[in-house]
Design a protein around this ligand. Structure first.
Ligand SMILES: O=C(O)CCC(=O)C(=O)O
Length: 208
């Protein structure tokens, strides 16, 4: 698998996360959903991306569709509550997110779901994270993005205009409130020549 990523000449610092206050902007959506967006939260993202691309045992999945079985167009890896994350920056990021949101969320972020979009043909279709508690209760999903910029689209469940958030190297987006059950999100395919992108999603227990 060729996962060449052009590192940034300026991104040579040790991986670290910045403050979660200041540059973060909350976008109130509708029906109690909101999104917090903080571009450039992680510094030194090249080193983290390098580890994610080459040290994670990415898994391909297949999904039943109509009368056939198709490849899921992205690779996946799930880290449970007790699993060691592949880069210490991610453990620190999860800790900082928990510290920042604990009053509003009422519980820590514990799991880390990871997706590798190898190029612009990889994508995820419209969905909410409603397999677990997100189907019935307000919750949060915090996503840190590494690698080539891709767009995260959000639209109200049942129809309506979509909103686009560009997610670049080291950017943070947090979907909160009723977002998983009243809105849907997607990463569409793109014809632009893009390199790999890894999405790291932190969730509380029982949210998937
Ligand atoms: O790639 C992303 O940032 C979004 C991932 C996502 O929506 C999911 O895996 O449920």
């Amino acid at each position: 698998m060729d996962l060449a990523y052009q590192p940034s000449m300026l991104d040579t610092v040790m991986p670290s996360v910045g403050p979660l206050t200041g540059g973060m902007v909350r976008h109130e959506l509708s029906r109690g959903a909101w999104v917090d967006h903080l571009p450039g939260w992680v510094l030194g993202s090249d080193a983290v991306l390098e580890t994610l691309l080459h040290d994670v045992d990415w898994r391909a999945e297949r999904r039943k569709m109509y009368d056939g079985v198709v490849d899921v167009p992205r690779l996946l890896r799930w880290y449970g509550e007790r699993d060691e994350l592949p880069h210490p920056l991610l453990t620190d990021a999860r800790r900082q997110l928990t510290r920042h949101y604990i009053e509003e969320l009422g519980e820590p972020f514990v799991t880390a779901g990871m997706c590798l979009y190898r190029d612009g043909r990889d994508s995820v279709a419209w969905h909410g994270d409603t397999i677990g508690r997100g189907a019935r209760f307000d919750t949060m999903v915090a996503i840190v993005s590494f690698g080539s910029p891709r767009s995260l689209l959000l639209r109200p469940r049942g129809g309506g205009d979509s909103i686009r958030f560009p997610l670049g190297h080291g950017d943070l987006i947090v979907m909160g409130g009723s977002c998983q059950r009243t809105w849907e999100h997607a990463i569409p395919k793109t014809a632009r020549p893009v390199g790999p992108r890894v999405s790291v999603q932190f969730r509380p227990t029982g949210v998937a």
